[in-house]
Ligand binder design. Sequence first.
Ligand code: NAD
Length: 439
Amino acid sequence: MRITMIGTGYVGLVSGACLAEIGHEIRCVDKDASKIERLLQGIMPIYEPGLDTLVGRNVEAGRLSFTTDLAAAVDGADAVFIAVGTPSRKSDGHADLSYVYAAAREIAASLTGPTVIVTKSTVPVGTGDAIERIAEEANPGIKVDVASNPEFLREGAAIGDFMKPDRVVVGTQTDTARDVLQKIYAPLEAEGAPIVFTARRTSELIKYAANAFLSIKITFINEIADLCEAVGADVRDVSRGIGLDNRIGTKFLNAGPGYGGSCFPKDTLALLKTAEDYQSPIRVVDAVVYVNERRKRAMGRKVLKAMGEGDPRGKTVAILGLTFKPDTDDMREAPALSIIQALQDVGVKVRAHDPEGMVHARELLKDVEFVDGPYEAVEGAHAVAIVTEWDLYRDLDLPRVAGLMAEPVLVDLRNCYTRDQAEKAGMHYEAIGRGGSAG
Ligand code: NAD
């Protein structure tokens, strides 16, 4: 199938490359000329494991191309996917659909024949209806079918998630759209991926319901972790003890500093806004948003508390990990941002390292000293906090870390170490949800 992908961010680029890999002819469009320029030179605009190889192979095979020329790229396409950003609207937290609508208008205006416009961007219920109206206004003579096909990939594991999805969700209102999407995903279906066909509005809601549910799970275990600290229990054992129950499942039960990233924070807010507009409140998600937002800054206070009594002003804290999770360079809504702000607010100096996130982090953080490695970060520091569980930080030489620090205090916000390991290295150790546990 001939497919055009509008937007070559985390989702558009990965989806485009993977759709090429399963045999389709993909034209990727972005309005950011520098991104396209880099892609044409084989330079990836994002960090995602395996992406450069996948893109290179498919460009070489002639199945994947990049352009800024949207009109030329949509010409003759069987389907045009919209994979542009849907950030939170500053005024009210609803999804800002201006990029989606602008893309839809441009696509429709450029069409010379029928096509299916597919939203891969995460969009609130009813967006497909709006795109239908926009297309009709922009190009009244052309038949356009609009489908919803939300993306569930995880940054850091995006290619595997796309190629071997738990499910593909497709929301359509017409047989034409359904047939086109079925053909597009036939190679994945043949490999066993279940395709969930629904009505378009249902499909739009599925994406938000999925992200909200995962946010609930994370926030639940985070609050249980706080209770573990209060009552002298170990959250890792609680997670295992409940997670082995098939009805609960083991995933998304690692307590930590709160969720961040480009999806959960904005998608929970947008779901709440939709619920409000339709006067159908989802109070559990309200609570999750409230709790998670406060938790990130509370982690800054946890680091200060671990440093003990006394004025923290002028002391140095080493932050290991800045991205919202490992194996990505994405800094959007990363807990590290709130934690660092909380530390700087009381006069603490911050030195930080991240294997992939420092380029974007420099744009977002002021007065942070960025260094080349974890051991440089801890030199002379009064505490070190592991904020993102990159493999590199799971395997630190703790005695060496302790020896380099002014005060050997380790605040392990991802539970990478046991208390024994830290204490044997001579460190004062604080972790998440490990009340009174020796392990
Ligand atoms: P992103 O910001 O990384 O990329 C969006 C790209 O679209 C940018 O490169 C931008 O220049 C381009 N763009 C915007 N308007 C355009 C236009 N009119 N024409 C051409 N290009 C245009 O965004 P992302 O993280 O890839 O997210 C895209 C969508 O997918 C969002 O709705 C997001 O919620 C959803 N999503 C993201 C993830 C994720 O892990 N990042 C996962 C699932 C779903």
